[in-house]
Write a protein that binds this ligand. Structure first.
Ligand code: NAP
Length: 306
């Protein structure tokens, strides 16, 4: 199959492209971060430039499009709400309408952060009330995709893993600081259900193979605080967990509002897959194994930036 993946230099897109390229022909779209790799075809394109989406779909003729590109940094979204809307809402709308017309299938990546986090344990039936520019623009993106292409898969995700520059995920943040003996803060009052990106990739591939449609929460079956996640990671890597100082997110001076309880239910997808989604220990074990196998260096070696 011919598969077009946007955001192929990002944390999710790169891991996804490398895995899918083992069996399919992958075209990975990057913008500012060009990649050195023969594993898949890398195309540099600004997806916001007029006509680029149509041109790429015409040239590549993909059977599947997996849309990972976004403005995924909450603070950057607060600083530039217009760019957030262009990337997180307008681009998915344009992409979904062109993909639907071309007859290809679309998997659109959304976020757990569409919820305000006041309650937690959210299912796909719960009505989101987003609390930040990022959340509002991502929710509007989901809705635009569902309207333009009702057969699309919309996956609300949250994940960690090894990335191109080694600095994109919370797990890398804890690992980098703890392994250098630095003290870090861990939020005790922000709860989430993160999947290892490689487990997320495997699940997204299963969802594509099963030709699913509609909205799914694709998150770990286990949820915990960001502080507890840091401690679990420290234990797995034999690092000093005492370096993680427990604090409230309100003490951190962040501009974008953080949703506190982003625990999501994944039982809809678990029923379809016939098994629960991976636990935190399963993910951290694989994250550690990838580290031992030199996977972080493999990704770093694909970067053209210092
Ligand atoms: N990270 C998380 O835990 C998390 C949680 C929930 C949901 N998500 C969602 O998961 C998806 C992937 O997130 P991520 O963390 O992998 O993102 P990321 O690492 O920040 O990567 C973003 C990607 O978007 C690309 N991009 C940005 N502007 C572009 C443009 N104008 N034209 C073409 N490409 C452009 C970037 O390309 P260049 O870098 O080459 O410019 C990069 O490849 C997003 O939809 C995000 O909202 C992420």
């Amino acid at each position: 199959m011919r598969i077009l993946i946007t955001g192929a230099s990002g944390l999710l897109g790169l891991n996804l492209a490398l895995e899918i390229a083992r069996r399919h022909t992958v075209f990975g779209i990057v913008n500012q971060h060009m990649l050195k790799t023969d594993a898949f075809r890398v195309i540099q394109a600004d997806l916001l430039a007029p006509g680029v989406v149509e041109r790429l779909l015409d040239e590549v003729q993909p059977e599947w499009v997996i849309h990972c590109a976004a403005l995924a940094n909450l603070e950057a979204c607060e600083a530039d709400p217009f760019q957030a809307q262009q990337l997180n809402t307008d681009l998915p709308r344009i992409l979904a309408s062109h993909v639907a017309r071309s007859g290809a299938r679309l998997l659109h990546v959304s976020t757990d952060a569409v919820f305000d986090g006041l309650r937690g344990n959210y299912s796909e039936e719960d009505i989101p009330t987003p609390a930040s520019v990022y959340s509002r623009t991502k929710l509007a993106g989901e809705r635009a995709v569902a309207e333009a292409d009702p057969s699309a898969i919309i996956a609300r995700v949250v994940f960690y893993g090894w990335s191109l520059d080694g600095r994109r995920s919370l797990a890398e943040f804890f690992f980098n600081h703890l392994s250098q003996g630095h003290t870090v803060m861990g939020f005790t009052d922000v709860f989430f259900c993160p999947l290892l990106v490689n487990d997320l990739v495997d699940i997204l591939i299963s969802m594509l193979k099963m030709q699913l449609s509609g909205l799914f929460h694709v998150v770990s079956s286990e949820c915990l605080s960001k502080y507890a996640f840091g401690i679990r990671l420290a234990e797995r890597f034999n690092l000093d967990g005492h370096l993680i100082k427990p604090i409230s997110v309100n003490q951190a001076g962040l501009k974008a509002t953080r949703s506190l309880n982003l625990t999501l239910r994944s039982d809809k997808l678990a029923r379809v897959l016939g098994q629960p989604l991976p636990s935190i220990s399963t993910g951290l074990d694989r994250f550690y194994t990838l580290y031992q196998q030199g996977y972080p260096q493999k990704l770093l070696s694909m970067s053209l930036q210092e």
